[in-house]
Design a protein around this ligand. Sequence first.
Ligand code: FAD
Length: 575
Amino acid sequence: MPASQSLPSFSKSLFSGVILDELVFPYPKQEKEEKENLDMILDTLRKFARDNIDSGKMDKEKDIPESVINGLKELGFFGLVIPEEYGGFGISTTSYVKVLEEIGKYDGSVALLLGAHQSIGLKALLLYGSDEQKKKYLPKLATGELIGAYCLTEPEAGSDAGGIKTRAVRDEQKGVYILNGSKMWITNGGIADFFTVFAREQIKMQDGEIKDKITAFMVTRDMGVTSGKEEEKLGIRASSTTAVFFDNIEVPFENVIGERGKGFKVAMEVLNSGRVGLAGGNLGAAKTALQKVMLHVKERKQFGRLLVDFEMIKEKISDIAIDMYVAESMVYLTTALIDSGKFDYSIESAISKVFATDFSLNTANECLQMAGGIGYSQEYHYEQHYRDARINPIFEGTNEILRAFIALAGMQERGEYLKKIGKALKDPVKSFGLITDYAVHYMKERLTKEKIRDVHPSLMHSKADFENWAKNLFIATERILIKYGKHIVKKQIIQRRLADAMIDLYAMIAVISRVDTCIKEKGEENCKKEIELCNAFCEKAWRRIRRNILMIDKNDDNRILDIAAFTIEDEAFLI
Ligand SMILES: Cc1cc2nc3c(=O)[nH]c(=O)nc-3n(C[C@H](O)[C@H](O)[C@H](O)COP(=O)(O)OP(=O)(O)OC[C@H]3O[C@@H](n4cnc5c(N)ncnc54)[C@H](O)[C@@H]3O)c2cc1C
């Protein structure tokens, strides 16, 4: 189900000073039957991948062989998220993301092939399609007879997806839309047969006004879609990425997905739910990179000692291990929020994407560094890991745009409330009621909802740090909203700081919940390593949060912006 904004959200509540700890405790666990089913799928996948997926060869040949695509089709991997009644496996988001994580361990391009098909290519149909539409297309998408692609980006509309120009014009007599335009950077663009396309159309509103709105369409290759040549890319070279062209394509009226004019919402909801799949794939890729470099640092000697014996190498390994555990904790907490169908997960899935993709790129970089010269050689694939990881902070919402989204969507609810306060302050007599309401509301929250439930004593410091910095985030949000009002929309450095603080807080609560649950199930003795990982992360995280929050008031932003201005204007660096 879409990440509806009327449902409770852990992160949005935190920005408003309320900790909804029941959303994140206890740490979710898969049901036995679901877990057994997943284990079977993973076993099948591992066997297939070991025998068939040669990542280095695919990278060199810039192609996923037919045999791999057909093998995955035969094993049902194109229908993982499609309900059984339409011929798929109908597995949960948690299981699906675990499968993508496993594929990510073997090859990024193969993970993308399946991810672009299921996380985004067919997702609009799954979320918003009618029964009839589902009956018509899902069975063929489940077997892979049709491969899906998601077509939003255009030459002039990337991050600003609302600026798309592809046009759909209704031909009432024929009962079709005439579609014209082009999309670019489309994953699976060269091999897909089923395209979810976002295009503009003129719609007569209820009041008679004609408006230009975005609508989502299902378009199939046989309607006349053409693809450009394969892009020559830095990484994920075996993944098909092309432009896609619509030249007077006739699309039947019944191929509109959801409501006419509501396509932008559809596009965003698909990305909201799809992002967590990308996070899972990144987790898998990072695990492989670390595993690979471990073999190297345990064997290679310099200065008469193994690399693994040097503290600077150990520090890198430790940093990766901590962030890996945390990334995993937040990804699978988020998938559980999605699976429950009861919560708004839009911020949590954006956080998971940002954290996991930054982490995975950093891991690829540090593993290459630990490998030294051979890390730079094509022969050893560290460089492929690095090239493959580089795309992830760019697509499915760049990490800059997602940071702005996390901060602004998080503040929205508080802003709505404070708008009333702002008006109230201008007219104190009339507004006493509201101010009192506000104060009571504020105090009530502060007294009753700024703590999380008791956790195991070994995690007490982490719990206290979380609570302290959650409260500080709330206070900072209030201050910012009062200080900048609607101008906060342009204050991107502040947004970035708030978003980074929120990312760290969500990461902290995910890992505290996971380890606390682990201790309750297995006992403290059996969770020693997890406790170390949790406390080490929380210690690092609260220091980052403190810095980000302190810098909201005391910073060098004006100077930074001045330097940017003269660098941009004068190109002074050339002197
Ligand atoms: C390999 C690959 C596969 C892709 N697959 C698909 C796909 O299947 N379907 C699809 O529709 N699209 C796909 N994309 C497109 C991808 O989603 C876009 O590239 C991405 O959204 C960024 O848009 P852009 O490239 O136009 O960059 P721009 O929007 O021009 O951004 C350039 C830089 O400016 C920053 N920036 C932009 N606006 C702001 C702002 N307001 N504030 C601060 N910084 C900003 C960005 O963060 C980025 O760093 C793919 C791209 C690639 C490279």
